[in-house]
Design a protein around this ligand. Structure first.
Ligand SMILES: Nc1ncnc2c1ncn2[C@@H]1O[C@H](COP(=O)(O)OP(=O)(O)OP(=O)(O)O)[C@@H](O)[C@H]1O
Length: 234
């Protein structure tokens, strides 16, 4: 279980508190107004922002002072973070180990995962020769190959059109979502949350609230969420 225990975060004058657990085997959407602190919370989970106080735990391990690369966490960013001069197989293979020469069994695993995300035959291409949707698939392949138990998705498919975005969200559910994995996804789009997330964490008014089931939070949104969604329920 990924846990924020009495976490207090500060960026400049901005503060955010978080005391919650992220459910395992589920996608949890972080939603809330612009500037409310979604990226701040993600940065703390990833280890890029050191909390003022409180702890970040994964199962029995205290991650609070562990450097980003040593946390059991992968991140998928909107810009995909693909290296332009490396092939798709090499980019994806970096998820296995940060080297360019993988062993034959590792290469076979890369090919298998590229096929799983719909990129069979794209191994030798460069990212620049792929469409935006295909680049997202390659970035997802790298995250799958890293096999980390926690995955943070920072609006990863926001640049794609609605059809492609739905395809990618469904692919995430099909491939990345396993009973042992915890997925946290920042999104501005309620449809993304409804499509892919079982829980929503509302980030607003300097607080990351406890997760609520997606269906119930949208059926009866708190005033701040209703305002953000533009449903004018308050
Ligand atoms: N490096 C920084 N130094 C000072 N203040 C910062 C820094 N980074 C972010 N902030 C402030 O922290 C607050 C929260 O920002 P954050 O990016 O976490 O919000 P967000 O909910 O992700 O917003 P958005 O939905 O617009 O991406 C904002 O007021 C922002 O101006």
């Amino acid at each position: 279980m990924l846990k924020c225990e009495n976490l207090f975060l500060k960026q400049g004058d901005f503060t955010l508190q978080a005391d919650l657990n992220f459910p395992k085997g589920a996608v949890t959407a972080l939603m809330g107004p612009s500037g409310a602190g979604k990226s701040t919370l993600l940065a703390a989970l990833a280890g890029f922002l050191q909390p003022v106080s409180g702890r970040i735990l994964y199962d029995s391990a205290d991650l609070t002072h562990i450097p980003p690369g040593d946390r059991p966490i992968s991140i998928l960013f909107q810009d995909n973070n693909l290296f332009p001069h490396l092939t798709i197989a090499q980019n994806a293979g970096l998820g296995v180990r940060p080297v360019l020469r993988l062993k034959s069994d590792e290469l076979a695993r890369v090919a298998e995962v590229l096929e799983q995300v719909g990129l069979a035959g794209f191994d030798a291409r460069l990212p620049g020769d792929l469409s935006g949707g295909q680049q997202s698939r390659a970035a997802l392949a790298r995250v799958l190959l890293a096999e980390r138990p926690v995955v943070l998705l920072d609006e990863p498919f926001a640049a794609l059109g609605p059809g492609l975005k739905h395809e990618m969200l469904d692919l995430v559910k099909r491939t990345l979502l396993t009973p042992d994995r915890t997925i946290v996804m920042v999104t501005h789009d309620p449809d993304d949350a409804k499509r892919a997330a079982q829980h929503v964490v509302l980030v607003a008014e300097h607080t990351a609230n406890k997760p609520e089931p997606t269906s119930s939070i949208f059926a009866s949104p708190p005033a701040v969420l209703a305002r953000y969604l533009g449903t004018g329920m308050d």
